[in-house]
Unconditional design. Structure first.
Lengths: 336, 336, 336
């Protein structure tokens, strides 16, 4: 799905991101770039004075800066925004492929009972089983598989080689990158008197809210008897594992390779670093920040909006750093 | 593969799981549920008195309980089982889709030399290369790939987008969830005098025993010159990595995101938590329990049936907890 | 892709790997094996005297050994090499399937604008979008997907169910195992005043050098505005995650389940163990060795050719071991 970029006037970009133009608003911009790689026609952003100077020296045709750029004399237009990086991201969306290609490849296998919305793009080798519904404007990339009964909302983008198992429901504007598996069978077994394991029923559902974005090669299990839930706006990096019956709130961020065991809850606005391990039935309350590589024990509750937890078992950052320092000091002392 | 559920009499469910019915055995049950979500016609289970009370107040039509439920007066039948959760799991299997659909989709690419058993289900886009054998009753879901010479036993369920490389042999009733890769090339290199690496030959096999269940997006490497082996009844969660020449015993449980380096051995009945790292040539003896997030060093041997190891390097839980407490105490002391 | 093996004379194998033959150079060898599984016609290797004795007692028809084998009297030829394991790996390559099968399956979907080299093998269900280029001798296994504009060099081997997103360029002789995702969208968001996240533009490229080998189920993100780069000869194990804008040098080795956050750099010849977590904007300089399970903090620089770092936060191995010993000692002391 290649992109064809359009060009925009600086003044239109400024109006789109709520910035003030200093200089010529009629300059035409055809793409975004980093300061280091900018060419003529590109717009870049600067988060501080030093970067602004580099940006002005670069080949970029316009620069988004903060208040600190207001009094700079420059040979190219500067857009003054409250948050230059955010403004840049907003502007960038105008240059991305806005095309709504509409196509169903012949090699896609769509069951006759499936309800497919309008303006959808269904790639080659895509498999859509019975009773699936796909909302308007959604794209399903090559070789992805939607099992029976799956519901996908509007304007979703499902990457290549994705698997969505039965029992899964996605909201609108959900993004799932390549290779991720949604609605897999959870890991719950009961052991009999001979020491053999049998699967505890895993027949619940997986509900994914609007604007959730899921990286590549993730796995998210369906509920055992109830639901796994991921609420609106949450963003999940690559290779994150989410077990059965987990509930994740709104606007949560989870970095790569983190694992969340069954029945744990993560509150709204929490930030979870990479390679974190969260035991089962744990609770991360609203707004908590969990540092990368931390381990949260089963049933543990961590709370405090903006409080950083770190280490295994995770403790407030202050305590963790103190313990590291103590250990280092004692270890050196012994040496003396 | 959607499920059509059947209904059963309470007395038949009781007889299936070896429970005693107190109350009306002729009540008709049409599904399983959790206590919180139960509707009329559902059966639920209760592991303790408190849950039993909730279950009796719920809309469920029958409850599986332990001995503690024997003398309870209730408006609905109670099934008394030694292990209510196990009994529930056994009963649940009666409600899951028992249908043996038999089909080969036209878009599946099956090499003429492949031997395909009876009553198999071969989904759209499945690729079966030369000299593959697939046992009776096995299902291969959409877009999975079986490379040349792979052997899959009877009644296996291979999920969508799974890859099974040459050199792999699966027993009967093996489950592999979506996106997993079996029989991949191991990570063994030799470095030459110029500092460049060449692959050490990785031409061994991967043998997976009966009733092994493998989660989504796992990777299990074939042996280098010999075999990687996973024995009967072992259950593996999502995103587990198993290196070349590893040997895993019977009835082992391995939770999500754990990695096992080359040539390590795990004994029968061991339990390995999530995100555990096991170095190469290590040995986890029969029945050992390794806590989540632990690290087992290369060549290390850990032993003791039922003994819990934790931390990095992993040590008996008692020692680990003591060290954590010591560090916390010393750190607070310094502060005073 | 099955292998047909050829046979070779011992003297030809010796000349291929620069070894000296002691004994009959006319013995015919048809395969490689481990000492434990060798059959007649196999060649094996021994890294020490004890293994050499086992090898001579085995059914193998020839043995590669080091200088220590020079004066051994044996009933079968011994090949004396400087590095027996390296010599064995070199010899092994002669027995692997050298066949260059050439085929394009009908079910492969190749866009008409794609440039496909000669002697390529394009498996069933492969999807090649517009403007892709594939070099001579490259094989693309079943159900792999190359998105628009991807460039793959000569003699590459792309496994089944691999996804290569737009913006990715692979050199020659690159190997990518099943299920890996290259060029995925990086994890970079900006938060607006309502606490909602929007994606920072992720429109950069991913450049992979010659002779890079990538395991199964890895994820490697494209650059945000610039590039993610992996240079010549680097070898990457299964389930490794590499974030946007990361730069990895030549001949680097990265073991399974390691994660490298955005904008970090790893120098030439570094060795990174399994399950290592590297924060963003960190630098691992040339030749550093990072022990398995270590954590490198954001922006941290670790240096020293051949120096081993370990723990979280990673410190020189000597310090780490001392701290572990101190903690253990203090913990025992308290008990007394």
């Amino acid at each position: 799905m290649s992109s064809a970029t359009q060009s925009h006037l600086v003044r239109d970009l400024a109006s789109h991101c709520g910035a003030l133009v200093i200089g010529d608003g009629a300059v035409r911009i055809s793409n975004i770039a980093s300061v280091g790689s900018a060419r003529e026609g590109d717009i870049v952003f600067a988060s501080d004075q030093a970067t602004l100077r580099l940006a002005l020296d670069s080949r970029a045709s316009a620069v988004i800066a903060g208040e600190f750029g207001r009094d700079v004399t420059a040979p190219k237009p500067i857009l003054i925004a409250r948050d230059p990086k955010l403004a840049f991201a907003q502007v960038a969306s105008l240059f991305s492929s806005g095309e709504k290609r509409e196509r169903r490849y012949e090699s896609a296998q769509v069951d006759l009972s499936a309800k497919i919305g309008e303006h959808t793009w269904i790639g080659p080798g895509v498999v859509i089983e019975e009773d699936v519904s796909v909302g308007d404007g959604t794209s399903l990339q090559a070789n992805s598989v939607l099992c029976a009964g799956v519901a996908v909302g509007r304007d979703c983008r499902i990457g290549p080689n994705v698997t969505i198992y039965s029992g899964t429901e996605l909201g609108d504007r959900v993004v799932v990158q390549a290779g991720s598996v949604l609605g897999s069978t959870g890991f719950g077994y009961v052991r009999n008197q001979h020491g053999h394991y049998s699967l505890f029923p895993q027949v619940g559902r997986l509900m994914v809210g609007n604007d959730v974005e899921i990286g590549a090669n993730c796995t998210i299990d369906r509920g055992a008897l109830d639901q796994t839930v991921i609420r609106r706006g949450t963003k999940i990096d690559n290779m994150v594992h989410i077990g059965h019956n987990v509930e994740i709130g709104e606007d949560v961020v989870i970095a790569a390779q983190t694992g969340i065991s069954g029945s744990s809850r993560i509150g709204n606005g929490a930030i979870v670093g990479g390679q974190v391990g969260i035991g089962d039935h744990a609770t991360i309350e609203d707004g908590v920040i969990v540092g990368s590589g931390s381990g949260i024990l089963s049933k543990k509750v961590v709370r405090g909006k903006g409080v950083v937890f770190w280490g295994t078992p995770a403790r407030p950052l202050k305590d963790y750093l103190k313990e590291l320092a103590t250990l280092s000091r004692l270890s050196r002392k012994k040496e003396e």
